[in-house]
Design a protein around this ligand. Structure first.
Ligand code: CUA
Length: 336
């Protein structure tokens, strides 16, 4: 009996020490970035309870093991057999009921948390999301806006209707906690209520190709007033974009071109569009050409034919109309 009391006390001490250690290492609470959504609260709470359970189970295994190793060590010169044992009913009941209670507790808590995360607000703002190698495109159907940045008003539930044009991606904003796959051929839903104004990033959390690591876009949570101002600004831009260059710019956003091709000269997955038109291109196969209309058209329709030196042949072919291609080229011509 004395041994059980000692082990019991040691288990409790070890569990507390483990929890404190995990907490100090930043696992218990600070491992996550700041919580920026209403859904984050119940997820973080569940995580916290799990860390407590993990600390206790760790102590429950490690302490009796090392205690037995040290205290019940074979004495020098003792070659007799160990005591014969024929089961222990109370121990068996204990290790059946204990875990059962724990599992039921976490099942209940998990289901509760899932219910909180999935709770749908009929007033939710609907935004369409398109995931494609290797960029995100956001469409605000009510306003006719297409954007490469996700703008959200604070304290209002938004439901993202997400589609993929190629492979499986995964929409993940760590600050919002919730993660949802984006699967070709179906529409997946992602509900979130942002509660904290700020700039975040959506990352792709499903390995989707060579530039998967760079598949991220800004997510901006602002006040309703600033959000409304942004909508007006975007609508004005859309209205002004009736010229070929303007149409081309919209195409560059809605097709995700600018996810891989910068417009300011910085290198991304693909070559920049800045100063592209009329420049001399060196290709991976040693040939070269001047970037004219024919070259750019071919690069859109058959992207792996003339691959610029230093870049991987990862761009998928795009089927655009002649007019759309002409508009895109008109836009590219303005980038110098
Ligand atoms: Cu898209 Cu990884």
């Amino acid at each position: 009996m004395r041994q059980f009391v000692i082990v019991g006390i040691l288990v409790v001490l070890m569990a507390i020490l483990t929890y404190v250690g995990l907490d100090a290492a930043g696992v218990a609470k600070q491992m996550h970035p700041v919580a920026a959504s209403a859904q984050a609260a119940s997820i973080d709470q569940l995580w916290h309870w799990e860390i407590i359970a993990i600390s206790f189970l760790f102590a429950l295994i490690v302490v009796p093991m090392f205690y037995s190793l040290i205290v019940f060590r074979r004495k020098k010169g003792d070659n007799s057999d160990g005591e014969h044992m024929e089961g222990n009913t109370s121990l068996e009941i204990g290790w059946t009921v204990g875990p059962l209670v724990l599992v039921v507790f976490f099942a209940y808590f998990g289901a509760y948390s899932l219910g909180e995360v999935r709770r749908a607000d009929p007033q939710a703002l609907e935004i369409k999301v398109k995931g494609q190698q290797f960029t995100w495109i956001f469409e605000y159907p009510e306003y006719g806006i297409v954007s490469s940045e996700l703008y959200l008003p604070v304290d209002r539930q938004v439901v993202l209707k997400m589609e993929s044009t190629d492979v499986i991606h995964s929409f993940w904003v760590p600050e919002f906690r919730v993660k949802q796959d984006v699967v070709p051929g179906r529409v997946t839903e992602y509900r979130i209520t942002p509660t904290l104004e700020g700039s975040y990033k959506v990352r792709c959390a499903e390995l989707c190709g060579t530039s998967h690591a760079y598949m991220e876009s800004p997510v901006i949570v602002t006040s309703q007033v600033k959000y409304d101002a942004w909508l007006v600004e975007q609508q004005a831009l859309a209205a002004a974009a009736q010229t070929p260059e303007g149409q081309g710019q919209r195409l560059a956003v809605s097709n995700g071109c600018i996810g891989c091709h910068s417009i300011d000269g910085s290198p991304l997955t693909g070559p920049t569009w800045f100063g592209l038109f009329g420049s001399e291109r060196q290709f991976a196969d040693g040939t070269s050409a001047v970037a004219d209309e024919a070259y750019i058209t071919n690069s859109i329709l058959n992207p792996t034919e003339q691959v610029v030196q230093g870049f991987a042949p990862v761009m998928p072919p795009y089927t655009l109309t002649d007019e759309e291609i002409a508009n895109l080229i008109a836009y590219i011509k303005t980038l110098k």
